[in-house]
Design a protein around this ligand. Structure first.
Ligand code: ATP
Length: 220
């Protein structure tokens, strides 16, 4: 069965760690495409100063010319708080016969159990966790038990059924975060090599103000 990757985030801004995760897992898991979905209003953090539409513009620029990466506006257009369970439900309605694969970094695994209606999510999609530098995986016990009981042994297993399996993957680590990018911008330092060049070229003075407001300048 065809498999589609679903990769949500705040993307303030999108960086090369996000892109590598999407591209590597697309290849490794043979995903037809990966939807990168900027949150309209992320439920778990303060509302970013950068408007959702602007974060979506950057995701579009980063995906341009990358076959298989799709900038998906669904959460931005839905408005209000962005809950993954709602996004997956609407993708499931649109693609009833497709395997949906939710892609997450390990830091997301560690607070997954706090997400809105999280227990319903494995009924809608498979979950694939990618190791992230400085974020050791420590999912809470109920999730760990679920992961052990329903572990996918291979990419083939993710294609054999539409949802319900768990996988952990190791990727070549990229120690990049949006926080670090914002810190470098706040220190008026270069973010070349960390953020797609088309996104850097599109930053306006207002974007830079929104990204760096209240941000501690990077010192390392
Ligand atoms: P911030 O520093 O503002 O918290 P972030 O870099 O973590 O931002 P998000 O938009 O919050 O970026 O992350 C979206 C998803 O991408 C999450 O699942 C996160 O775990 C994952 N992710 C982000 N950066 C990396 C990276 N370098 N390696 C692996 N996964 C990553």
């Amino acid at each position: 069965m065809t498999a589609i990757g679903v990769f949500g985030g705040t993307f303030a801004p999108i960086h090369n760690g996000h892109l590598r995760l999407a591209l590597e897992l697309r290849e490794r898991l043979r995903l037809e495409r990966v939807h990168l979905i900027p949150a309209g209003e992320p439920p778990h953090r303060d509302r970013p100063r950068v408007p959702a539409r602007r974060r979506l513009d950057w995701v579009r620029l980063a995906c341009a010319g990358e076959p298989g990466l799709v900038a998906d506006a669904c959460e931005v257009e839905r408005g209000g708080r962005s809950y993954t369970v709602d996004t997956l439900s609407s993708l499931r309605r649109a693609h009833p016969e497709t395997s949906l694969v939710l892609l997450l970094g390990d830091d997301a695994a560690n607070h997954f159990h706090t997400w809105h209606r999280w227990r319903e999510i494995p009924g809608l999609a498979h979950l694939v966790f990618a190791e992230r530098p400085y974020e050791p995986a420590a999912p809470e016990p109920e999730l760990q038990t679920m992961m052990r009981a329903r572990r996918a042994g291979s990419a083939d297993a993710l294609h054999a059924r539409p949802a319900g399996l768990f996988m952990s993957t190791h990727l070549p680590p990229l120690a990049i975060s949006s926080t670090r990018v914002r810190g470098l911008l706040a220190a008026r330092r270069s973010v070349r090599g960390l953020v797609p060049q088309a996104v850097i070229d599109a930053f306006t003075p207002e974007d830079l103000e929104n990204l760096t407001h209240d941000e501690d300048p990077a010192t390392d």
